[in-house]
Write a protein that binds this ligand. Sequence first.
Ligand code: SF4
Length: 268
Amino acid sequence: MKSPQTLIIATAANRGIIYAPAGGAGEYAPLAVNPYRGCGHGCRYCYVPAVKHMPRAEFDASAIPRENFLARLRRDAANLQAVGVGGQVMLSFSTDPYHPGDTSLTRQTLEVLVEYKFDFCVLTKGGTRALRDIDLYRPRHDCFASTLTSLDDGFSHKWEPRAALPGDRLAALRTFSERGIYTWVSLEPTLDAESSLAIVEATHSFVDLFKIGRANYIGVTAKTDWKSYTLRMAELCARLSVAHYFKQDLACYLPAGYPNRMRVEQHR
Ligand code: SF4
């Protein structure tokens, strides 16, 4: 298999549907795909409309399949396979694969990735909607992840009004875990430090890995002490012996030499 650098060169060159995410997104996965344009979850903290130069109302209205998506996905998968590029492809950064609308394209996407021998990882706030496709997950290859900002329904509803409620997301994580699928939780954005700490306490028995980030440019976190949060989270993860990764904008608060591996093997 080719090196990550080769991955980036190959995917940048074809400017494809399968791409190598950069910056903070690149800390999540080496490769990614976004089958839809827009997302119906309506998260108040979502940065995607600004990045995509898309009116927020249009982005929030619904997720629309990208034009000719499956044919372009097949072309990219075949091209990358031909030059020896493989590994894990993540869904999704600029949409949610289990948004509230028609997500049949998500299943087709996973099927194509399997056909071309890519591993996949699904990151979603769609909760148990994702269980429809659980038969496609291969325990030694694929993984399932969910973003959680709180365990409280009211808090979640305020910030992520049309996403699945926290209990439903936990139910999905638990089910995938029971099927032998590697699971992880994204604690990004951290809107409330106490809530994120409580999520780790409540879910570590069925979550294999926590990816921990902060929130930027959101007023509610203006007074958050990120150093204190980072050190408390590190202490909690050590006490519970849970695998975790601090994203770079929090890793600066860790003691020198703290083991903080970005890419861990995401299978059991
Ligand atoms: S689920 Fe993700 S892409 Fe969709 S609105 Fe929320 S933050 Fe944006």
